[in-house]
Design a protein around this ligand. Structure first.
Ligand SMILES: Nc1ncnc2c1ncn2[C@@H]1O[C@H](COP(=O)(O)OP(=O)(O)O)[C@@H](O)[C@H]1O
Ligand SMILES: [Mg+2]
Length: 250
């Protein structure tokens, strides 16, 4: 058992092209406490996920997976810890030239630890968990948007991660698709996975998370529960929850 089981960032500063995306940003995802980061488009939500995974390096500050500081370390030194985290990218990021089954199993195949039969079993198990096992031999461009998202989730589950990041998993889906994703996230949580979602979709956020972080102008303007957020007097939080004509976000 890791003594401090969380993923966190401390005093992160990050700029792109001279524009400050994050300013002294502190964030913690505790194991078992499902969280959503809310913010308008371009606020820096995807950037936070990439920093937490070590896919981007901060200008200053530190990122920890459990007790291990990954900032400034070579990727090989934190591969083991990073395997505890999977990410479902916004577009799904499936390989068009591979079948659904190959997409879900390719990382296991690449690792070379399991036999083809063992991998096939895991692939079917994960596809059936997300309800698209019938798509096993189809190619991504034969799938609906909602099915693609579910295949992307199955692929994230293949390596049995403890933490799953979801980048705007419901964007572009119809209400049934949104319901399916919420339901899947809840089932994953019931199985002990810790989820971190970034989105501007409040319905999905409140249906799947206990804690909320609101990102605005490179800073964390709010952190707390749904009730605390709904009772917040912070003007930007109020505006985000109930937009008005005099938007603060322009
Ligand atoms: N590769 C890049 N080059 C230039 N600007 C970028 C790049 N990636 C992101 N940005 C900018 O950084 C900001 C934060 O991006 P992002 O984290 O993707 O926001 P979000 O996920 O909240 O929509 C945006 O304003 C975006 O335009
Ligand atoms: Mg994004």
């Amino acid at each position: 058992m890791i003594s401090n089981d969380s993923i966190r960032m401390e005093k992160i500063c990050y700029s792109i092209g001279g524009r400050r995306i994050l300013e002294n940003f502190d964030f913690q995802l505790e194991r078992g406490l499902n969280r959503t980061i809310l913010g308008v488009s371009g606020a820096g939500k995807t950037t936070i996920l990439k920093l937490l995974l070590g896919l981007l390096a901060p200008d200053s500050g530190s990122v920890y997976i459990g007790d291990l500081c990954i900032t400034g370390q070579p990727e090989t030194s934190f591969m083991q810890q990073r395997k505890r985290i999977a990410i479902v990218f916004q577009g799904g990021a499936l390989f068009d030239s591979m079948t659904v089954g190959e997409n879900v199993g390719y990382r296991l195949l690449e690792e070379g630890k399991l036999s083809q039969a063992e991998i096939s079993k895991i692939v079917l198990e994960k596809l059936s968990f997300v309800g698209v096992e019938a798509a096993l031999d189809l190619y991504p461009d034969e799938l609906s948007g909602g099915m693609k998202k579910r295949v992307a989730i199955a692929r994230a589950l293949a390596a049995d991660p403890d933490y799953i990041f979801f980048d705007e998993p419901t964007t572009g889906l119809d209400p049934i698709g949104v319901y399916n994703i919420c339901n899947l996230m809840q089932r994953l949580q019931a199985e002990g996975k810790t989820t971190l979602m970034v989105t501007h979709d409040l319905v999905t956020a409140f249906a799947t998370s206990q804690r909320f972080t609101f990102l605005h102008n490179a800073r964390m303007l709010f952190e707390g529960s749904e009730d605390e957020m709904k009772a917040s007097n912070i003007p930007e939080v109020r505006e985000f929850l109930e937009p008005t004509d005099n938007s603060l976000f322009i």
